[in-house]
Design a protein around this ligand. Structure first.
Ligand SMILES: Nc1nc2c(ncn2[C@@H]2O[C@H](COP(=O)(O)OP(=O)(O)O)[C@@H](O)[C@H]2O)c(=O)[nH]1
Ligand SMILES: [Mg+2]
Length: 209
């Protein structure tokens, strides 16, 4: 897929104010600092589209970016920010879980994992939650340029193994680098395939939350 246009549409703190669910949508999520904003900029080839390295854990915003006037990238607030209070964490959980669980046009959750780290409990828990809810997701290993491909492969194997404690099958995954554009074509092709199958979800009507 060639990205011809990518524009910022809106930032939301309220689920009720999201754009109508009539276009296929892909949510990008991961721990703070995992490289989510950089990846979105890399995929869209627009440097300043998603803001990189902001102070994490502050505002809980759902950002919609409209690509090729036909599908959305959704930038979700990062999780696992060490300095967030319990109340903030609980608020994050509720907000994000409501969005993920209720968004009719959501096609796939892109779960970003730092390829340099041992499997993190919070990432595994999040994947398990997605699995319990029956939501489609793929793993996107980030920052692969920062180490040898052998190390990256080892991280992936460990993560898969950890997931197989609860999943029958390991999910599909991508290896990426925002520096070298590794994985860009693969992710865009994956999205393109799903977009082609998209049908507008039936109207739920107001008040059906
Ligand atoms: N070398 C390298 N650095 C990266 C990559 N992706 C992100 N970073 C760096 O990691 C830091 C966090 O990235 P950012 O995109 O802001 O993460 P976010 O908090 O998940 O949105 C920044 O300093 C980025 O420059 C990558 O693929 N390779
Ligand atoms: Mg960011």
């Amino acid at each position: 897929m060639i990205v011809k246009s990518a524009e910022f549409i809106c930032s939301n703190t309220q689920i009720s104010k999201l754009p109508p669910p009539v276009k296929p949508e892909y949510a990008f999520i991961g721990r703070s600092n995992v490289g989510k904003s950089s990846l979105i900029n890399m995929l869209t080839a627009k440097k300043g589209l998603a803001k990189t390295s902001q102070t994490p854990g502050k505002t809980q915003l759902i950002n919609h970016f409209y690509i090729n006037e036909s599908w959305y990238i959704v930038d979700l607030p990062g999780y696992g920010y060490a300095r967030a209070s319990k109340t903030e964490k609980a608020k994050w959980d509720k907000f994000i879980h409501t969005y993920l669980d209720k968004r009719e046009s959501l096609q796939c959750v892109m779960v970003l994992i730092d390829s340099r780290l041992e499997p993190q409990k919070i990432d595994l828990e999040f994947c398990n939650w997605l699995g319990e809810k029956g939501l489609s997701f793929v793993l996107v290993f980030t920052k692969a340029d920062k180490q040898s491909s052998i190390k990256t492969d080892q991280s992936i194997a460990k993560f898969k193994k950890a997931l197989l404690a609860t999943f029958e099958e390991a999910p599909q995954y991508f290896v990426t680098s925002s520096e070298t554009q590794l994985g860009r074509e693969e992710i865009l092709a994956f999205i393109d395939t799903i977009n082609k199958e998209f049908v507008i979800p039936p109207y739920q009507g107001p008040g059906q939350e």
